[in-house]
Design a protein around this ligand. Sequence first.
Ligand code: NAP
Length: 283
Amino acid sequence: MSQARLMDGTALARRIVEDTAKRATALTERTGTAPCLATVLVGEDPASVTYVRMKQNRCRKAGITSRHVALPAATTTEELVGTLRALSADPEVHGILLQHPVGEHIDERAAFEAIAPEKDVDGVTFASFATMSFGLPGFVSCTPGGIMRLLDAYDVDPAGKRAVVVGRSAILGKPVGMLLLARDATVTYCHSRTRDLSSAVREADIVVAAVGRPRLIRGQDIKPGAVVIDAGYNAGNIGDVDFDSAVEQAALITPVPGGVGPMTIATLLEQTVHAAERQLGVA
Ligand code: NAP
């Protein structure tokens, strides 16, 4: 079997961001208002600080303004909910991103639910999960949305295919399975309690690895000709798929880095501009 074709998330994300920047400029010229993303960070976890800064920089380059709200680590659920409700009600803010995880003393779900669905550009609310699940218009979780765009860009139609999603987190595994189901794939979820993961994965026409365990999925687990999406990102730029063996089996595969990763932020930026277009009455 020949080696798999690589699914180039970097190039696709660049095209999406260029298009998004053009839309942001057009919106600003037409309405006099630039799209605005509010980022909310609780505490000073270094990785979270870096992620938020990166998102703000990328916003700036795409013509999106950002408003940053930095809250102390001791912020209570009530205070965070109050901040998010105020941003939800603020007409100058079009999208809201709560950097997570938040501290363990905070009820993260209560915080997410304080984000107005029309500003939920990170796709974390129950309302967004419901629209994703029903295949209705709305905002998607950014990494799952990016994965679907990659599949579309490489002409992978999920309809009728067996998709196996390894991982069931609220931001990644669960929603990507629902998006695949909404596109008529036959979806199996695997997780830490799944017995005989290899057999389950071997059935898949589309494998989505969303686990956080380096090289858990190996080439011998991949059905020849399958599409392999590796959302995992582990220390040392290592995915959840053993790339060297999987590339020999798959037809299409995402590299790590340069596959799913860049698609996440591209989706965030695109959804922010879309939210602004809707709120400013031009979409
Ligand atoms: P998470 O919340 O820790 O969830 C991991 C999932 O994997 C859980 O559902 C867990 O099962 C399952 N799991 C753990 N060990 C397993 C095993 N041995 N066999 C089968 N399933 C197993 O992680 P996450 O936030 O979804 O992230 C997953 C990976 O994606 C990480 O590497 C993360 O860095 C990466 N990620 C990348 C992006 C991006 O932009 N590229 C965005 C988000 C996450 P249980 O539910 O039973 O515990």
